[in-house]
Ligand binder design. Structure first.
Ligand code: NAD
Ligand code: TYD
Length: 340
């Protein structure tokens, strides 16, 4: 049975807002409640186009708060948990909020789902849980070797969700996607940081050698994979990797961004490496391709082009962010850039 009443946690963030907008636009039978704490990373600007839509409701609240979670979950037939602290670099400086939201918050949601008998629970995990994909892309049954407090917190939530399926029969499905990019991504993450810096002729801080690689997926491809997962019966207890198969190094992506904007490569600055920096994230996606018939549709040049267009057309969106809390963060985080 396709769910009709969704609770989307973290829906004011990057992927959650893309998901909410896409689902409401493509499926007229669905109602969505977004529950979001509106941390520094979340913004109602990302959901503005939905204001006044009778099938959309926004609740500001914390997934660690059992009362608000239960209020929001009442009557829902599916919970999709995007809510998380999500930035590896911030998790190195302050792991506590990651453990709290990503692990404890997921526990609160799972408890509500169990007690209230919610028929589907999609846990948005990440390929970060695998750690380094040394010799081959990580498969769903590869060991989990997270290398940052963020990744470890997500691994905890991922396995906690699985344990609820095994122990209580809670109908949990887990997805592990690779690095997303696209509209509305907070500019602390590499692609929007590099894009917005380059647009202002500011340096692009590349960690370490710049040879670390990631699998880069356009956010709408991820959203469409989640739509399939959410609408397919019989997946309880399963894990699905999601990725594009497009593996590029930081330096390759930086060069692509500069090229797309017509900016010089002299903007690239090599800076001190991130502690515990994962050399390679790559995922095997045969399972979701063969079992659910999903495949990514957007190649990197096209996806980057769409992203460049969005950041060009929505300068107000990222300038507002970069002139607020972000300024102090950036000064602290990228001290070297200011010293050189
Ligand atoms: P994001 O940081 O842009 O958004 C996170 C959202 O969660 C924000 O709106 C924030 O306000 C909200 N939030 C944080 N703590 C909360 C709490 N305690 N209660 C309620 N809301 C809270 O993150 P994103 O990039 O959109 O990632 C969404 C999910 O996808 C996360 O679970 C992340 O681990 C996962 N993921 C992200 C990527 C990626 O490349 N960005 C890849 C794979 C998986
Ligand atoms: P990021 O966007 O933080 O995502 P994740 O750590 O979840 O993969 O980083 C993507 C890659 O870019 C990662 O290898 C670290 C690198 N990076 C830089 O080189 N410089 C930066 O300023 C940032 C934010 C990331």
């Amino acid at each position: 049975m396709k769910p009709q009443k969704l609770l989307v946690t973290g829906g004011a963030g990057f992927i959650g807002s893309n998901f909410t907008r896409h689902i409401l636009a493509s499926d007229e039978g669905i109602d969505i409640t977004v529950l979001d704490k509106l941390t520094y990373a979340g913004s109602l600007d990302n959901l503005k186009v939905l204001e006044g839509n009778p099938r959309y409701r926004f609740v500001r609240g914390d997934i660690c708060d059992e009362k608000v979670v239960k209020e929001c979950a009442r009557g829902c037939d599916c919970i999709i948990n995007f809510a998380a602290e999500t930035h590896v670099d911030r998790s190195i400086g302050d792991p506590a909020s990651f453990i709290m939201t990503d692990v404890y918050g997921t526990y609160v949601l799972l408890e509500a789902a169990r007690e209230m008998g919610i028929p589907r629970f999609v846990q948005i995990s990440t390929d970060e849980v695998y750690g380094n994909a040394v010799s081959e892309p990580s498969k769903e049954d590869s060991p989990l070797m997270p290398q940052s407090p963020y990744a470890a917190s997500k691994a905890g939530a991922d396995r906690l969700a699985y344990s609820y399926f095994v122990t209580y029969g809670t109908p949990v499905v887990i997805t592990r996607c690779s690095n997303n990019y696209g509209p509305n991504q907070y500019p602390e993450k590499m692609i929007p940081l590099f894009l917005s810096n380059a647009m202002d002729d500011q340096p692009l801080p590349v960690y370490g050698t710049g040879e670390n690689t990631r699998d880069w997926i356009y956010v709408l491809d991820h959203v469409k994979a989640l739509e399939k997962v959410m609408n397919t019966d019989g997946l309880e207890g399963e894990v699905f990797n999601i990725g594009s198969g497009i593996e590029l190094s930081i330096l390759q992506v930086a060069a692509g961004i500069l090229d797309a904007l017509g900016k010089p490569e002299t903007l690239i600055r090599m800076v001190t490496d991130r502690p515990g920096h994962v050399q390679r994230h790559a995922v095997a996606t045969e399972k979701i391709r063969s079992q659910l018939g999903w495949a990514p549709e957007v190649d990197f040049t096209d996806g980057l082009g769409k992203t460049v267009d969005w950041y060009t057309d929505n300068r107000d969106w990222w300038e507002k962010i970069k002139s607020g809390e972000f300024k102090d963060y950036y000064r602290r985080m990228y001290k070297e850039l200011h010293e050189k």
